[in-house]
Design a protein around this ligand. Structure first.
Ligand code: AFP
Length: 333
């Protein structure tokens, strides 16, 4: 593996190292095709009339953007025919999407958020696609929601495409985190960041502070101490960021450290948090842990959670290990 090699070479070499059948390699290639298509549509934006609302709502009751719907279709179209998947599930679809009978069914399950941070699209701020690959249990020919409900520790691969100033693909198969930058002229992702590592300490935090009156005491304490800066108990100044696009937020943390929090709050007590376990928290937690960071709800490690439903929400506190541990310690106290 070396800087400058293509993602195709990288995943074929991974396949040889693990003596894989090639199914996984082909599946990843299909995902890459989808992300390149989404990147192209996001990039053209208003030129091809894809900005704005689709006039519909998803299962979470959120207004769908045109690009949410388009990106979801692109993920389905690129991944439906290859014969590597048994079923897919998405933020934008209430039910599991089984591979139609006219195509062969494979041994993997794909779950994704086709366009995370999509409320940012119309203002031209970075968005991304998040995905997680699970194994379909042996003998299951007609996967249902129950087959997807596997803890994050069972993910075979997790990744995200970031549609920012550059389009990047960041992923892990459980052997570290590597990032590839799309060369738009060649149409290939090129390895540009090898073995990404999140610094254990940081002085940058990310949280939507407009919710502060709803936070639980441990989060309030943590943020208050950061805000107190040099004169406070932490003895140093902190910087704050909030993009409202988890992919951009996690990418910043992978690049220079930091802590990201979308904690449980009492704004709507029926919701355990805002972010979705299966296609936001789990894949991002896998990536963050593989880069030496930590990820928790404050009360438990996210990757250990046994999911109860496909669109389940969880509190998320992830990033630089020592800062996440500090918040967890505050919860334990
Ligand atoms: P959208 O995809 O609806 O824009 O939601 C993005 C997101 O799930 C995540 O990417 C952000 O971190 C978070 O929501 C932002 O939430 P707030 O708008 O409440 O700050």
């Amino acid at each position: 593996m070396q800087i400058g090699q293509t993602i195709t070479q990288f995943i074929i070499e991974e396949q040889r190292r693990t003596s894989g059948s090639g199914d996984f390699t082909s599946l990843l290639n299909d995902i890459l095709v989808a992300c390149k298509n989404i990147s192209s549509a996001v990039n053209k934006g208003a030129l091809i009339g894809v900005l704005g609302s689709a006039g519909s709502e998803n299962v979470q009751g959120e207004t769908q953007k045109k690009l949410d719907v388009i990106s979801n279709d692109m993920m389905l179209d690129a991944n439906v025919w290859g014969g590597h998947l048994a079923a897919m599930a998405s933020e934008e679809m209430e039910e599991v999407y089984p591979i139609p009978g006219k195509y062969p069914r494979g041994k993997y399950l794909l779950v994704f958020d086709p366009l995370d941070g999509s409320s940012n699209i119309d203002v031209n701020i970075s968005v991304g696609t998040i995905f997680s690959i699970l194994r379909c249990a042996d003998g299951v020919t007609n996967p249902t929601e129950a087959d997807f409900l596997q803890p994050g520790t069972r993910q075979v691969c997790a990744g995200y495409a970031l549609y920012g100033p550059s389009t990047m693909m960041v992923m892990t198969t459980g052997h570290g985190v590597n990032a590839f930058t799309l060369d738009q002229n060649v149409g290939e992702f090129i390895l540009t960041h090898q073995g990404m590592q999140i610094p254990a300490d940081t002085s940058e935090f990310a949280i939507n502070a407009s919710n502060s009156r709803f936070w639980e005491a441990p989060v309030k304490r943590y943020v208050d101490e950061c805000l107190a800066g040099k004169e406070g108990p932490r003895g140093k100044d902190f910087n704050m960021r909030w993009v409202a696009s988890m992919v951009a937020e996690v990418h910043r943390i992978l690049t220079r450290g930091g802590i990201f929090m979308y904690p449980r709050d009492n704004k709507d007590p029926s919701k355990a948090g805002k972010l979705r376990l299966m296609y936001e928290a789990n894949p991002m937690s896998f990536i963050v842990e593989q880069a030496g960071g930590a990820s928790s709800t404050g009360r438990e490690r996210i990757l250990d959670i046994q999911p109860e439903e496909l669109h389940q929400r969880v509190p998320v506190i992830l990033g630089s290990k020592n800062e996440v541990q500090r918040v967890v310690d505050y919860y334990q106290k």
